[in-house]
Design a protein around this ligand. Structure first.
Ligand code: NAD
Length: 479
C-alpha cells in the first residue's frame, strides 16, 4: 500500500460507518434515530494481570456493546495481537446488523483480547481466559440474559468451555448459567453443528445465490456451483469448513489457499483436508506437496478464479489491491475483508459481493439455537425423534401390506426405507434451521436489490433490511 493510499483508507469502524451511511441515506429515518443506531453504546476496556512464568503479565481486553435494542447482546471473543477498540466496535456494529438480518433476537456486541495464543501453553491460556472471563462476568458483560459471547478468530470450543465454567463458579445458583456463552463443546452444553456452522452457512449462502440465474448473471457467471474455481484466504474454522463442504458436496474446485506464511495454487483443485492436516502438523502451508507455492500470499487474492472467499481477517481487499482483483464474485466469510473504498472500486467493476453480515451469519444462527437449547435444558429432537420414526414406520408397513395383498407387485426403491424411517437428530435439525435461515435472509436481501432502482448491490440491500428491523425495534420500545 502506498503512503497516499494509507491516508485515504479509513479505519475498520469508519469503514462500517461509511457503508451504514450509504444505506441509511436511502431511508427515511429521523436524524436522531439514525444516530442512535449508528453509534456504539459502550466499550469496556480492562487491563488485568496474570502470574505466569514467574512474573506478572498484563493483558488488555475489550467488550463492546453496540446496540441493546434486544437483549441479550451477542458477539464473539477474538484473541489476536491486532485487537483494539476500533476493531471490536466495528465488529460489534456488524453483529447488530447481522442478528437483525437473520432474525436472531439479539443486540450486537464483540470482545477481544490482545494476545497471540500461540505464545502460551494450554494451562497458561486457561488461566488467562478465566481471568478475562472473571473481569467481564463481574460487570455482567458475560451473562445469559445480558451478554452472550461466542468463538471468533483465535478462540474455539476450549475457551468457551472455560468461560462457561467460570461463570458457573461465580453464579452457583443460576440454573441457566450454561447459556452465558455459545460455541461450547457438546459435552459442556454445546450443540451439534456449531463448530462447522459459519463455514456451513457460507456454503448455504452460495447454494442459495446459485439458485437464481439472474443473480449469477449479475456476477458474470453462469451455471451452478459445480466446477467453479474458488480461492480461499484463511484455512481456520470458517475457511476450512466452507472450502471442505463446497469441494466435497457441491463439486467446486479449491484452486487456491492463502495462509499467514504464503499461498498454495493448483488449477486442478487442492485437497482441503490434506492441506488442513498439513497446517495442523507443521504450523503453516510451507512445504506442502502437490501445489505451487507463493511466498507473497496476498498476491493470490488477485488471481483468476470464479469465487473469492476471504475468511481470515478484515481489510485485506483495500485501496491498494481492489483494482487488480479479478474474481467476479466475492463472498465475505470474514468480517470486514473489503474496505469501504475497495467496495466502491469493486462495485464499479461489476463485481458482486455477498456481504459479511449475511455470509458469515451461520455462526450466530447456530449460537442462537445453542442458547435456546441451554435455556430449555433439552436437546433438539429428543421428544419427537422416535415418535416421528414410528409414524413413518406405520406408512411403510401399510405400503408393504398393500403391495403384498395386490396382484401387481411393487417394491420401494433401494435406500428409501432407511432414509425415510430415520427421524431427525440434533445435527439434522440444526442444519435444517441454518439452511432455512440463510435462504430466507438471502431472499430478503435480493428482494431489495432487485426491486429498488437506487440499490445496486447486496451490501446496501442487507443494510436496508437490517437497519429497518433495528429501527422498528427502537420505535416499538418508545425511543
Ligand atoms: P480462525 O482463527 O479459526 O482462523 C483464521 C485463519 O486465518 C487461520 O488459519 C490463520 O492462520 C489465518 N490467517 C491469519 N492471518 C492471516 C493472513 N494475514 N493471511 C492469510 N491467512 C491468515 O478464525 P475464524 O473463527 O475462522 O474467523 C475468521 C474470520 O471469520 C474472522 O473475520 C471472524 O470474525 C469471522 N467469523 C468467525 C465466526 C466463527 O464462528 N468462528 C463467525 C462469524 C465470523
Amino acid at each position: 500500500m502506498t503512503a497516499h493510499d494509507q491516508i485515504k483508507e479509513p479505519s475498520f469502524r469508519q469503514s462500517v460507518d461509511m457503508m451504514f451511511n450509504r444505506a441509511v441515506a436511502l431511508m427515511d429515518l429521523s436524524p436522531g434515530l439514525e444516530q442512535k443506531i449508528r453509534v456504539c453504546n459502550a466499550t469496556y476496556t480492562v487491563r488485568f494481570g496474570v502470574r505466569l512464568r514467574g512474573d506478572i503479565h498484563t493483558f488488555t481486553g475489550y467488550r463492546s456493546v453496540h446496540s441493546e435494542h434486544m437483549e441479550p447482546v451477542k458477539g464473539g471473543i477474538r484473541y489476536s495481537l491486532a485487537v483494539n477498540q476500533d476493531e471490536v466496535e466495528a465488529l460489534a456494529a456488524l453483529m447488530t446488523y447481522k442478528c437483525a438480518l437473520v432474525e436472531a433476537p439479539f443486540g450486537g456486541s464483540k470482545g477481544g483480547l490482545c494476545i497471540d495464543p500461540r505464545e502460551w501453553d494450554e494451562h497458561e491460556m486457561e488461566l488467562i481466559t478465566r481471568r478475562f472471563a472473571y473481569e467481564l462476568i463481574k460487570r455482567d458483560l458475560i451473562n445469559p440474559a445480558q451478554n452472550v459471547p461466542a468463538p471468533d478468530m483465535g478462540t474455539g470450543e476450549r475457551e468457551m468451555a472455560w468461560i462457561a465454567d467460570q461463570f458457573k463458579r461465580m453464579n452457583t445458583t443460576d440454573i441457566n448459567g450454561t447459556a452465558c456463552v455459545t460455541g461450547k463443546p457438546p459435552n459442556a452444553g454445546g450443540i451439534a453443528g456449531r463448530v462447522e456452522a459459519t463455514g456451513r452457512g457460507v456454503q448455504y449462502a452460495l447454494q442459495e445465490f446459485f439458485r437464481y440465474p439472474e443473480d449469477v448473471k449479475a456476477a458474470n457467471l453462469s451455471g451452478k456451483l459445480d466446477g467453479k474455481r474458488i480461492i480461499v484466504q484463511g484455512l481456520g474454522n470458517v475457511g476450512y469448513h466452507a472450502a471442505k463442504f463446497l469441494s466435497e458436496e457441491d463439486g467446486a474446485k479449491i484452486t487456491g489457499i492463502i495462509e499467514r506464511d504464503g499461498a498454495l495454487h493448483n488449477e486442478n483443485g487442492l485437497d482441503v483436508d490434506a492441506v488442513h492436516s498439513w497446517i495442523v502438523k507443521h504450523g503453516g502451508i510451507t512445504g506442502y506437496p502437490d501445489a505451487s507455492h507463493h511466498t507473497d500470499g496476498g498476491a493470490l487474492l488477485e488471481a483468476e478464479c470464479d469465487i473469492l472467499i476471504p475468511a481470515a481477517l478484515e481489510g485485506v481487499i483495500n485501496l491498494s489491491n481492489a483494482e487488480r482483483i479479478k474474481a467476479p464474485l466475492i463472498i465475505e466469510a470474514a468480517n470486514g475483508p473489503v474496505t469501504a473504498g475497495a467496495d466502491d472500486i469493486l462495485r464499479n467493476k461489476g463485481c458482486v459481493i455477498i456481504p459479511d453480515m449475511y455470509a458469515n451469519a451461520g455462526g450466530v444462527t447456530v449460537s442462537y439455537f445453542e442458547w435456546v437449547k441451554n435455556l430449555s435444558h433439552i436437546r433438539f429432537g429428543r421428544m419427537q425423534r422416535r415418535a416421528e420414526e414410528s409414524r413413518h414406520q406405520l406408512i411403510v408397513d401399510e405400503l408393504e401390506r398393500i403391495s403384498n395383498d395386490s396382484t401387481i407387485k411393487w417394491t420401494l426403491s433401494a435406500g428409501f426405507k432407511d432414509k425415510y424411517l430415520r427421524g431427525a437428530g440434533e445435527l439434522e435439525l440444526v442444519r435444517s434451521g441454518l439452511d432455512d435461515t440463510m435462504r430466507a435472509a438471502y431472499q430478503a436481501m435480493r428482494e431489495v436489490w432487485h426491486s429498488r432502482e437506487d440499490v445496486d448491490d447486496l451490501r446496501t440491500a442487507a443494510y436496508l433490511v437490517s437497519i429497518r428491523k433495528v429501527a422498528d425495534s427502537y420505535r416499538a420500545k418508545g425511543l
